[in-house]
Ligand binder design. Sequence first.
Ligand SMILES: Cc1cc2nc3c(=O)[nH]c(=O)nc-3n(C[C@H](O)[C@H](O)[C@H](O)COP(=O)(O)O)c2cc1C
Length: 126
Amino acid sequence: MQKIADDLDIVQLMYFSRATNFRNSIEFDRDVRDILDHSRAYNPLHEITSALMTDGEMFAHVVEGPAIAVENLYFKIIYDERHANIITLQSVSVHVRLFSFWPIAFIRVKNICFIRTLNAQSVIGA
Ligand SMILES: Cc1cc2nc3c(=O)[nH]c(=O)nc-3n(C[C@H](O)[C@H](O)[C@H](O)COP(=O)(O)O)c2cc1C
């Protein structure tokens, strides 16, 4: 797998959302397959690397890339009807990508837990 070079101007964005079709596993699986197929073609062309985690109901997605590429992609993602209740957890500049080998790593977990406290928020997949 080819590593995408780190850059001084990389944005790392993370959001959390709920799948529209989480009650129908056939439709949910089809949605995820279509998202992954599209992302595996699109993301490398735009120097995007990412990791998508789901427990069958919620998505947690980390998207990394040049600021303009991340912004353009996120604009498409937030209007995508395959999910809703989108919460942007963070959008920060980083020097090193976490998923530099992955156009879109896919991680299926049993349970995603979103914890929000007064001073911090985090996503835990188990
Ligand atoms: C949870 C979720 C994650 C997504 N992640 C990506 C992604 O990393 N890359 C991508 O190209 N599309 C992703 N998509 C799909 C986009 O929302 C959108 O459908 C796609 O970019 C095609 O948009 P277009 O038809 O306007 O070109 C994702 C969709 C969802 C629901």
